[in-house]
Structure formats: structure tokens, C-alpha cells
Design a protein around this ligand. Structure first.
Ligand code: SF4
Ligand code: SF4
Length: 707
């Protein structure tokens, strides 16, 4: 029981601590609220809450990025949450009251026993974190941080005093009690003046974070053109224009350096250092004037020029900092407002003059299409628009990949066609801040897709995919259009049995490079691996893979920009590819292939691997079972009879085989409707030449005479 004067002292200290905290937190809240307008950030509240629970309570990003450190952090954080009732109880006890006794009743001893385990867990966690920060200095984000040292000490003291207080006869009981109380009262003040402020801001920041990487608000250029000069905001030009969420981001940063460690530009030794500019921005919130420029105050012009918008920084941040909003916002200011510092002006001019990044005449693409016999898109029912993108359309080195995709689509009987004139989708223009050029290109693309009555698009380029799928929607164009990557379509065709691969010889050691815009932005990592596995390619996986892939440097028009040799963004990835020991590099992005070619003996697109395995399948079967489409497809007797002969040939060649209809389509190079194939197969069942079996929800056929 505490003496009367102790209770009075405790009340004064609590009041002083809370008042001091409010005084210190007010300027930070003001700095956030002084921000410019932002996009809606409270839509889909349930999804936002779920994300917050996953990333805060389950610490998914913290643990996912750095498993060992992440688990230690999770132990400390969960202990922090679990100790909240005990902390309140401690102060209740100071006034001779109890919260937990009436609340938990007979369950209180059990709760206390659990808390003893939690206290040991937290102590181990904080000692581990301190060891990593102050002893393993090579991997430490900041070994000289005195606030981190003090926080570690405070947490340890809290745990030790708690454990001592729980003993039957605590050592120096009254001193122990007061030490515990004073450390708790001092804690918020340490938090407020250090990076540990993220304890309060991280959950809010994660809740308000955009739904997906690189979700850029469309600038209303028409409204801007009509508005008064002083109202115009073209990107993040001055400190005044930083939106409130960006300001919250800057304050929430926990200085962990994950963003910098994963940035290809930082790894290449350029001026880009995401953590450094986030911290510079935090400082500037309190020291810069509203009219100070963002470029130069938060991020340097040189550094900005190296950003490939790969998203690794944002994706690795555990407290919801949205780097890309600042990076692309600042690039918009360069391109649209100041006109200074634009690094990809050659690219932007190439798009103006030639309509493609490679500055090649349209006749080159036409010749390639003619040479490969590429079918044209006609708008026929079920037809896919094959959107080639500029690299496949113009780079002669990649014609083998175009031909390979053609082989696979033909083999699977897919109806597809390309456009005679394919506009640039605008992807890189937007990432270079040239929103006006992007909007023109996006409108052109959307108009063509509408005019041609396109319902489904397949493309080998993750950049085009991302823009057609996610950004052209801002132009009311493509909601109803299904857009997929070629690896997804090929995987789908294989799963349906319309493409039947065979294991290739597998002599080359292969590795797969996940393109940033495919893996990180679109989450497509499984389809290419499934295709490689089916083709018998065993992978030597690189440490940075899937969503954590390392950029090749091709983003934001990097694939056509001249960058000096000593600061090339692709060098770190090339080193990793070499270190994997692979002699074959497989990519699923034309731009990555351009950037990483010659990293090892051979670089190939995923479509080429699939095409090889299909050709091998044909060679192994010894049959060329091509059935050309002719006349009306559905229930055409001539066509059905021709098809029935081909089906019989397949089974006679492989008498033990049992095949599904879709699998049969692949074997016969069937190019018509599935109903036609069924018609022919049913006919063979009726005549007793085939037998039908149903299992696993599917219909299978096998040769009648063998069973
Ligand atoms: S987007 Fe990529 S290149 Fe740009 S700063 Fe982030 S990690 Fe670096
Ligand atoms: S921005 Fe995020 S990832 Fe980068 S140092 Fe800060 S908290 Fe870490």
C-alpha cells in the first residue's frame, strides 16, 4: 500500500507526463494537417482494417523482410500489446485500486503466469535486437542511435522490474515499483522525440496506405488549364504541396534502411538513397518554408533521375511509407512545372516523333509481322488481342520470342491477332512525370481497344499489362477488358490440356528473373515457374525473387537511357545472376531481357522455353496432327469427320493414353470450337472406337479396343 504522499506524487507525475506529451505531439500533428489534399483514403474500410491487423498485429512485413530480426521485433511488439493491461494495473495499484482482479477474477493467476513467459520473451527479443544493432554493426541500420539504446534499456528495466515484482518477496519492493512506474512515464517522451514515434503512427499509416503499388492520381489537366495561375499544382513542386499522407509517411519512418538495401539505384552506388531522403523530408517538415522546392529540399535532382520506379523501397517498408508518390510526384513537377531535370527527355521525344521508345520506323514492325505471318486482330468472338509492346514490336533481337509465342498459341488453337498500328500505352511517360503525354497515349490506346471491340488482351510486357489493366481504367476505357500476361495465358492453356509440353533436355543450369512490374506490382510469380517446371527446367533460384525481386534498371524508360557504366542499375542483378551459377537466364519481360542479356551465356523469354517443349512434344509423338479450320466450324460434318480421323491417329500412336477433351485439342492442333471436337469424339464413342470415362469431374477418352 502506497503512502498518501506517494499517491499525490504519482498523480502529479502522471499529469505532467500526459501534458508534456500533448505539448510535444501537437507540432507533429500540425505538420501532418498542414498537408495538401490527398486522394480518398478511407474507402474499403474493412479491407484496410484487415491489412492493418495483418501487418501490425501479425507483423507480416516486418518478419517477411528480415525473418530473424523480424521475429525479435514481433516478440517485443506483441509483448508491448500484451503488457498494456498490466501497465494500467500498475498505476491502479499505486492508488490502492485494482482493474484486473474484478475483471479476471479466478483467471488472474493464469494470466500472470502467461505474462511471466511474455516478459522473458520480450527480454530475449530486446537483447537480441540490441546485439544486432550495437554489436553486429555491419548489418545494423544505425549503430550510433542513442535513442535506440535508451529504448532497449527502458524495455529491459521494465521487464526485470516486472519479474522482480511478481516474486513472492520482491527485492527492494518499493524502489522496484517506482522504477517501473517512472520508466513507463518517461517512455512516451523518448518515443515522441525519436523514430519510435512509429509505434503510434505505423498502424495509421498502414491503414491509410493506397491499395496497390504505384496507384497515381490522374491529373485533371483540363481543369488545370482553366484555373487561375496561383491555384495550379502540377506534381510535388513545393513543400506546401506535400499531401498529409506523405507528411505522415515522413514522420512514421523507423529508419530501418530496408528501402535503401533493396533499391537498385542505391546498390549501384548512385546518389539515390530512399531512407536518406525520407529522413531529409522529415527534417524539412519543421525547418523548410512552404514555398521551398521539394527537389533539393527532400530529394536531390540527381538522385531522382536514377529511380526506376521498381517499387522495391515501398514494398519492403513495414510502416506503410509510400515512396513512389513522392518520386513520381517530384518527377511530375520536373516534367510539367519546372521543366528542369527531366532525365528521359530523349525517350519522351522518341515517343513524340516515332511512337516507340526505340526510335524505329513503323515499317520495321510491319516487316516483322509479315515475316512471322502474324495474324491480325479482327474483333471476332473469343479472339485475343496480342499486344506486343514496343520491344517485341521493334527489337529484332527478340523476334525469336515473338515467333515462339506464335507457335504456342497456334498449337493450343487460340484465336488471336495483333494490331497493324499499336500505340505506346504510355507507361514510361507517366513514370517520368510526363502526365500530359501519358494521358494522350492512354486515350489513344483506349479508343483503339473500343473501336476494335477488344474483350481480352494478352501481352508479354508487364509494363503494358500494368498500364492497360490498372491505369487505362482512369480513362473509362477498359473495365470490361480482361488483360493477362502471356505467362498466365500459357499456364492456363497448359492446365486445360490445350498445350502439352514435354520435358526438355535440361542440360543448361537455369535461373528465372522476376520482372518488378510482373511480380511486385501484379503478384504474378507462380505462372512462369509452373511453365518452367512443366518444361522440365530445374531452377537455381536467386535469393531476391518473387515479390522481393531486384530490378534490372529498365523501369521509368531506363531500358533506353544511357547510364554510365560505373552506375548501371543492372549491375547488382547481373552479379546475382552470375552468382546463381546459371548459364541460362529466363525472363518474362522484353525490357528485362534487353537489360540483362549477356549476363550469362543465354537469355530467353518464357515463351521460347514453352515453345521448345511443345516442339519436342511433337517430335516425340512423331505426328504432325494439324487440323486446319475450314468452313462453318460448329457441327460441320466434313470438319468433324476430319477431326475424328485425327483423334484416332492420336490414340493409335499412344494406345495407353487417356485424354481429356482439352488435352486432345492440344494434340491435334485443333483450331476450332471445342463443341466441334466433342462432336467428333462422341461419334467415335458411338462407333466403339473410343471409350468415355468420367472421373475427378472431367470426361476422359481412351482407345476402345485396348480395354
Ligand atoms: S522505386 Fe526502385 S529505384 Fe526508385 S527509389 Fe524505390 S527502390 Fe530505388
Ligand atoms: S522508409 Fe520505410 S523502409 Fe525506409 S527506412 Fe523508413 S521505415 Fe525503413
Amino acid at each position: 500500500m502506497h503512502l498518501f504522499w506517494e499517491r499525490i506524487l504519482l498523480a502529479i507525475l502522471i499529469l505532467a507526463s500526459v501534458s508534456w506529451f500533448v505539448l510535444k505531439v501537437t507540432p507533429k500533428i500540425r505538420a501532418i494537417l498542414a498537408g495538401g489534399p490527398d486522394r480518398p483514403r478511407t474507402d474499403n474500410p474493412v479491407a484496410r482494417l484487415k491489412r492493418t491487423a495483418k501487418e501490425v498485429l501479425l507483423q507480416s512485413r516486418v518478419v517477411g523482410g528480415r525473418p530473424v530480426v523480424g521475429l525479435l521485433h514481433a516478440a517485443v511488439f506483441l509483448g508491448f500489446v500484451a503488457f498494456a493491461p498490466e501497465t494500467i494495473e500498475h498505476f491502479f495499484n499505486g492508488f490502492g485500486l485494482s482493474l484486473l482482479e474484478p475483471l479476471l477474477g479466478p483467471a488472474l493467476p493464469l494470466y500472470r503466469s502467461l505474462m511471466l513467459i511474455v516478459a522473458v520473451m520480450v527480454s530475449a527479443g530486446i537483447v537480441g535486437l540490441a546485439f544486432r544493432r550495437f554489436v553486429l554493426v555491419k548489418t545494423s541500420p544505425d549503430p550510433r542511435s542513442w535513442t535506440s539504446a535508451l529504448v532497449a534499456l527502458f524495455i529491459l528495466v521494465l521487464m526485470v522490474t516486472y519479474l522482480n515484482g511478481m516474486r513472492a518477496t520482491p527485492f527492494a519492493e518499493r524502489i522496484n515499483w517506482w522504477t517501473h512506474a517512472l520508466v513507463i512515464l518517461a517512455f512516451p517522451h523518448l518515443i515522441i522525440r525519436s523514430k519510435h514515434f512509429h509505434i503510434f503512427l505505423a498502424p495509421l499509416n498502414i491503414f491509410f496506405r493506397s491499395d496497390r503499388l504505384g496507384d497515381y492520381v490522374k491529373l485533371d489537366l483540363e481543369a488545370i488549364a482553366e484555373s487561375e495561375v496561383e491555384d495550379i499544382t502540377l506534381g510535388l513542386e513545393t513543400m506546401r504541396t506535400l499531401p498529409w499522407k506523405t507528411r505522415m509517411d515522413l514522420l512514421a519512418c523507423v529508419e530501418c534502411r530496408r528501402c535503401t538495401d533493396n533499391c537498385p539505384a542505391a546498390l549501384a552506388g548512385t546518389e539515390m538513397d530512399p531512407r536518406a531522403w525520407v529522413l531529409a523530408g522529415r527534417k524539412a517538415l519543421f525547418s523548410a518554408k512552404p514555398e521551398d522546392p521539394v527537389i533539393g529540399t527532400v530529394i536531390g535532382e540527381e538522385a531522382l533521375g536514377y529511380c526506376a520506379t521498381c517499387g522495391a523501397c515501398e514494398n519492403s517498408c513495414a510502416v506503410g511509407v509510400e515512396h513512389l508518390q513522392v518520386l513520381v510526384g517530384a518527377k511530375r513537377a520536373q516534367a510539367l512545372a519546372t521543366g528542369k531535370g527531366v532525365v528521359a527527355s530523349d525517350f519522351l521525344r522518341a515517343i513524340e516523333s516515332h511512337g516507340n521508345a526505340l526510335r524505329l520506323p513503323k515499317s520495321d514492325r510491319k516487316q516483322m509481322l509479315a515475316k512471322l505471318g502474324m495474324p491480325r486482330f479482327t474483333g471476332e468472338q473469343d479472339q485475343w488481342l496480342l499486344w506486343l509492346g514496343c520491344v517485341w514490336g521493334f527489337n529484332a533481337d527478340q523476334q525469336t520470342a515473338v515467333a515462339a509465342l506464335k507457335t504456342t498459341l497456334d498449337a493450343a488453337g487460340v484465336k488471336y491477332g495483333v494490331l497493324d498500328d499499336e500505340p505506346c500505352c504510355g507507361h514510361h511517360s507517366r513514370r517520368q512525370g510526363e502526365e500530359a503525354q501519358f494521358q494522350d497515349l492512354a486515350r489513344q490506346s483506349v479508343q483503339i481497344l473500343h473501336e476494335k471491340n477488344v474483350r481480352q488482351v494478352v501481352t508479354p510486357c508487364p509494363h503494358c499489362l500494368h498500364t492497360i489493366k490498372r491505369e487505362h481504367i482512369q480513362f473509362n476505357g477498359t473495365q470490361s477488358i480482361r488483360a493477362v500476361h502471356h505467362s498466365e495465358l500459357l499456364a492456363e492453356l497448359m492446365a486445360q490440356g490445350r498445350l502439352v509440353p514435354r520435358v526438355t533436355d535440361g542440360s543448361a543450369k537455369a535461373t528465372y528473373h522476376d520482372p518488378c512490374y510482373l511480380a511486385r506490382y501484379e503478384g504474378i510469380t507462380e505462372a512462369p515457374r509452373m511453365l518452367l517446371a512443366k518444361a522440365g527446367v530445374a531452377l537455381e533460384e536467386m535469393p531476391r525473387r518473387r515479390e522481393r525481386t531486384l530490378c534490372c534498371g529498365g523501369g521509368a524508360a531506363g531500358f533506353v537511357r544511357e547510364i554510365t557504366n560505373e552506375k548501371r542499375l543492372d549491375q547488382a542483378r547481373r552479379a546475382e545472376i552470375k552468382a546463381s551459377g546459371a548459364t541460362l537466364l529466363v525472363t518474362s519481360c522484353p525490357q528485362c531481357r534487353m537489360m540483362l542479356s549477356a549476363a550469362v551465356d543465354e537469355t530467353r523469354d518464357i515463351a521460347e522455353i514453352v515453345a521448345d517443349s511443345i516442339r519436342l512434344a511433337q517430335a516425340q509423338s512423331g505426328l504432325e496432327l494439324k487440323v486446319e479450320k475450314g468452313g462453318p466450324m460448329f457441327a460441320s460434318t466434313t470438319y468433324s469427320a476430319e477431326l475424328a480421323v485425327k483423334i484416332k491417329e492420336v490414340f493409335e500412336h499412344e494406345p495407353q493414353a487417356e485424354m481429356q477433351l482439352l488435352n486432345l485439342a492440344g494434340r491435334t492442333h485443333f483450331s476450332g470450337k471445342l463443341g466441334e471436337l466433342k462432336h467428333a469424339a462422341d461419334h467415335l464413342v458411338e462407333t466403339g472406337e473410343l471409350q468415355e470415362k468420367h472421373h475427378g469431374g472431367g470426361t476422359y477418352y481412351h482407345l476402345g479396343k485396348t480395354s
